[in-house]
Design a protein around this ligand. Structure first.
Ligand SMILES: Cc1cc2nc3c(=O)[nH]c(=O)nc-3n(C[C@H](O)[C@H](O)[C@H](O)COP(=O)(O)OP(=O)(O)OC[C@H]3O[C@@H](n4cnc5c(N)ncnc54)[C@H](O)[C@@H]3O)c2cc1C
Length: 461
């Protein structure tokens, strides 16, 4: 607990901002948050993007540290693996892990955000100014320009230190990069998404397996579905924005129905509101944001999507943002532990150093995982390599952990998961080159390759 009564200003009370507020208040800071939207607990507003999200180990640890898991656990639906639906309507379950605890969880974005907002306010140290959009940050004057939603009036507010948790179109990022910009890349994926819904059955049950993340992989595009607490599924269609098969070309009732009949015929009975959902729900854009620096002197820092928006195919954007928030909190803790003094320029610079490399790594792995999800999951060789990865994890647990598991079930840095993953993939390719089943694997060769190429792995540092 620090005793210096400092106030920290956050822009954005989304998932990362509201959790960060709890972590900072627990350390004795006063927190002022300016949030563009109205209070989602009192207004029926959409939570923004995806209705539900996959929460994994890295996102759970910061929630544990914030003391929120007793509230969050009841709203989680475990997903044990992917259920792959082929063109003929057959289902093939592919487990994500090997141990009972190796699951990810589907959670409502809105409900999780509300829990964090309630917890932040309950500390008595956090004030949230809803309906205040940050338009500009003046670092010299240490002043925010804010537009009030009610009457569009512009006001200013002073700040001492500001953290941008204002998402992928961050105003704080813009302000930092007007001053010092080494990198400011917004890389469009060229694919977009649309949310649809599978309602519960007439008896109120799940219509497809409740404990799977469902995928209909079709090569250049795919549909996924994640379970909700009310036995419905949020369904997301991902496909190119323009081109032959795309949101641009599939743009009237006939083409939508034909497209689903041809590619997802088993889904049609599950999607009674297909046409309404398709035409009324927005088409979301998908992009990766990579920027540097993430901070400005001892004044400003970026965290969450503001620093590193990633495409959603590894289900890690929020998880990574929660890790950022915990990293900042722990960096503050160790600064207090060392000499009791907070040198903010050092704290911000350390968080930037720790997290930027990891933000970049998960951004790259998320793009790769799109191809895995929409295509590779149908490939026999991919399935063989996955099965072998589990075997190698069993036989050489000190060295080998499948990449998906490193990212989703453990907390070693993303950058390490990425670099180990590349070496492991080479090993898996070599061992499966000329074989078609696990029985044919040469485990003596596997052991030599693993010991030669991999260090021991530290999964939860
Ligand atoms: C389709 C889809 C599926 C996804 N699935 C997953 C998943 O399964 N797992 C996962 O971990 N991640 C997932 N993500 C990523 C996840 O949604 C983001 O990483 C996460 O929301 C980032 O949280 P954030 O608080 O940084 O940003 P946001 O959630 O975008 O919150 C930013 C907040 O700032 C406010 N704001 C914005 N601009 C201003 C301003 N100028 N002034 C004041 N307030 C402002 C916004 O209103 C908002 O409340 C998915 C994303 C998409 C698009």
């Amino acid at each position: 607990m620090n005793n210096n009564n400092e106030t920290i200003t956050l822009i954005g009370a989304g998932l990362v901002g509201s959790l960060l507020a709890v972590l900072l208040a627990k350390r004795g800071f006063k927190v002022e948050i300016y949030e563009r939207r109205p209070d989602m607990r009192r207004n029926d507003i959409s939570a923004g993007r995806s209705i539900n999200l996959a929460l994994a180990n890295r996102g759970i640890e910061p929630l544990v540290q914030a003391g929120l898991m007793d509230k969050v656990s009841p709203i989680l639906t475990p997903m044990k693996g992917r259920m792959v639906h082929d063109l003929e309507g057959n289902e093939n379950f592919q487990s994500y892990g090997q141990k009972p605890e190796e699951v990810i969880y589907s959670v409502s974005r809105g409900d999780l955000n509300k829990i964090c907002l309630d917890a932040a306010e309950a500390t008595g140290l956090v004030t949230i100014h809803f309906d205040h959009k940050c338009e500009f940050v003046d670092f010299d004057r240490k002043e925010l320009s804010l537009k009030k939603h009610q009457d569009d009036s512009l006001i200013t507010a002073p700040f001492e230190r500001v953290i941008g948790t204002d998402g992928s179109a961050s105003a704080v990022r813009e302000a930092i990069h007007q001053i010092s910009s080494k990198q400011h890349d917004i890389l469009q994926l060229g694919h977009s998404y649309k949310e649809l819904r599978i309602p519960p059955s007439e008896s109120g049950d799940f219509q497809i397996d409740a404990n799977s993340l469902h995928i209909w992989p079709r090569g250049g595009y795919m549909v996924i579905a994640l379970p909700n607490e009310d036995a419905s599924f949020t369904v997301t269609l991902f496909m190119p924005t323009s081109g032959e098969v795309s949101f641009d070309s599939i743009n009237d009732k006939t083409s939508v129905i034909d497209f689903f009949k041809q590619n997802f015929s088993d889904m049609i009975p599950l999607l009674p509101d297909l046409e309404v959902d398709y035409f009324e729900n927005p088409t979301g854009n998908l992009a990766t944001v990579k920027c540097s620096p993430w901070h400005h002197q001892d004044i400003a820092l970026l965290l969450g999507d503001a620093a590193h928006a990633v495409v959603p195919f590894h289900g890690q954007g929020m998880n990574c943002g929660f890790e950022d928030a915990l990293d900042l909190a722990q960096t503050i803790d160790s600064a207090i532990g060392k000499n009791g003094k907070l040198v903010w320029s050092e704290i911000f610079s350390q968080v930037d150093d720790n997290r930027k490399v990891n933000g970049d790594a998960i951004a790259d792995m998320a793009i790769e995982n799109y191809i895995t999800m929409r295509d590779s999951v149908r490939d026999e060789k991919f399935l063989l390599r996955n099965a072998l990865a589990f075997e190698l994890e069993n036989k050489f647990p000190e060295y080998f952990c499948p990449r998906y598991s490193m990212v989703m079930f453990h907390r070693l840095p993303y950058s390490e998961a990425k670099s180990r993953g590349i070496i492991q993939e080479e090993i898996l390719q070599l061992l499966t080159e000329n074989i078609s089943s696990l029985n044919e694997v040469d485990y003596t060769a596997a052991e030599s390759l693993i010991i030669e190429k991999l260090n021991k792995v530290k999964l939860n540092p």
